[in-house]
Design a protein around this ligand. Structure first.
Ligand code: IPM
Ligand code: MG
Length: 371
């Protein structure tokens, strides 16, 4: 039976498939216990797609991605594809999905679960209770700007060029997403980050972010911070932030820093959203922030939590199932509080478990909460 909750699953490479298998178990649980139905489809992306089709994402998969209510992506890349041509590297598949689907707003929450506050490289009191969100612009800036390329100059030197470029609307639309999210958070506020001291694109970014504030969201505080200072402040005192909005490249770097504050990359989900259509529905792709971890792939060692929490974000943002998203997130917290840990978040005195073991524990926690 057709449902209005279609999900395209793209496990990708490395640990993607193992993590995704645990999500499928959770979907089955929701279908059985919460009378929900999802229409699932699965296909290839990244190295897996290169091996099968010679390209990191096929037009057929792009077509499916356009039609699905949401895409859930595992991870792409691995040493096997390190030396192939740049234009068909696994990462290009991911970038095409983001770009062609126009997923311009990338939401990267950095939440420190209390049970994991000691796993952070920072002191417990700096990170305990941390709950911030980075909104990264995802379809513009230096990632896609033209001109780009490597050329050889008349004197024999080679030159690598990339272009940082932003237009008014590209900045305003992502800043609006940041304000909308801040508005829905207790004490929401926005920090906009750029390098207006060095870059014209940064000056424009600052002015447009301020414009959006003054004209549309004057009730929500905004401040501006140079990206290098923002990196430093994230490590010094991360709890001073609430929502950070920034460009594609700074967002890439700042979100990795923010991720590490929480104790493990293995815990962090993300959502990439496009513009809302007439019905308020946004095209969306969800993916863990971590990579494909080829060193532990296929060994039932990977932490599936970031992928599971990415699916929870899909429940919240694509299917309007906030209560079910809460339930999944609470089950994850229960399992952590009960001491279950995969290797990446293992601590003394805790119970080490596997990918499937973590899945078992989360399902048991769901059963308990639903009882
Ligand atoms: C990320 C990753 C990607 C990026 C890579 C895999 C292309 O680092 O999602 O943060 O740079 O955007
Ligand atoms: Mg990155």
């Amino acid at each position: 039976m057709a449902s209005n909750r279609s999900l395209l699953i793209l496990p990708g490479d490395g640990i993607g498939a193992e993590a995704m298998a645990q999500v499928r178990r959770i979907i089955a649980w929701l279908e059985k216990n919460r009378s929900l139905s999802f229409e699932l489809d699965e296909d290839l992306v990244g190295g897996a797609s290169i091996d099968a089709h010679g390209v990191p994402v096929t037009d057929a998969v792009m077509d499916k991605a356009f039609k699905a209510d949401a895409v859930l992506l595992g991870a792409v890349g691995g040493p096997k594809w390190d030396n192939i041509d740049f234009s068909i590297k696994p990462e290009r598949g991911l970038l095409r999905l983001r770009k062609d689907l126009e997923l311009f707003a990338n939401l990267r929450p950095a939440v420190c679960f209390d049970a994991l506050a000691d796993a952070s490289s920072l002191k417990r009191d700096v990170v305990a209770g941390l709950d911030i969100l980075i909104v990264r612009e995802l379809t513009g800036g230096v990632y896609f700007g033209e001109p780009r390329g490597i050329t050889t100059l008349p004197n024999g030197q080679r030159r690598g060029v990339n272009t940082q470029v932003y237009d008014t609307d590209e900045i305003r639309r992502v800043v609006r997403v940041a304000f909308d999210i801040a508005r829905a958070r207790p004490n929401g506020k926005v920090t906009s980050s750029e390098k207006a001291n060095v870059m014209e694109s940064g000056i424009l970014w600052r002015e447009e972010a301020q414009w959006v504030h003054d004209n549309e969201y004057a009730d929500i505080p905004i401040s501006h911070m140079y990206a290098d200072n923002c990196a430093m402040q994230l490590v010094r005192n991360p709890k001073q932030f609430d929502v950070i909005v920034t460009d594609n490249l700074f967002g890439d770097v700042l979100s990795d820093i923010a991720a590490m504050l929480t104790g493990s990359l293995g815990m962090l989900p993300s959502a990439s959203l496009g513009a809302a259509d007439a019905n308020g529905k946004r095209r969306a792709m969800y993916e863990p922030v971590h990579g494909s971890a080829p060193d532990i792939a296929g060994q039932n060692l990977a932490n599936p939590i970031a992928t599971i929490l990415s699916f929870a974000m899909a429940l919240r943002y694509s299917y309007d199932l906030g209560a079910d998203a809460d339930l999944v997130e609470q089950a994850v917290q229960d399992v952590l509080a009960a001491g279950f840990r995969t290797g990446d978040i293992m601590q003394p005195g805790m119970t080490r478990t596997s990918t499937t073991g973590m899945g078992d524990a989360i399902l048991a926690a769901l059963d308990k909460r639903a009882a």
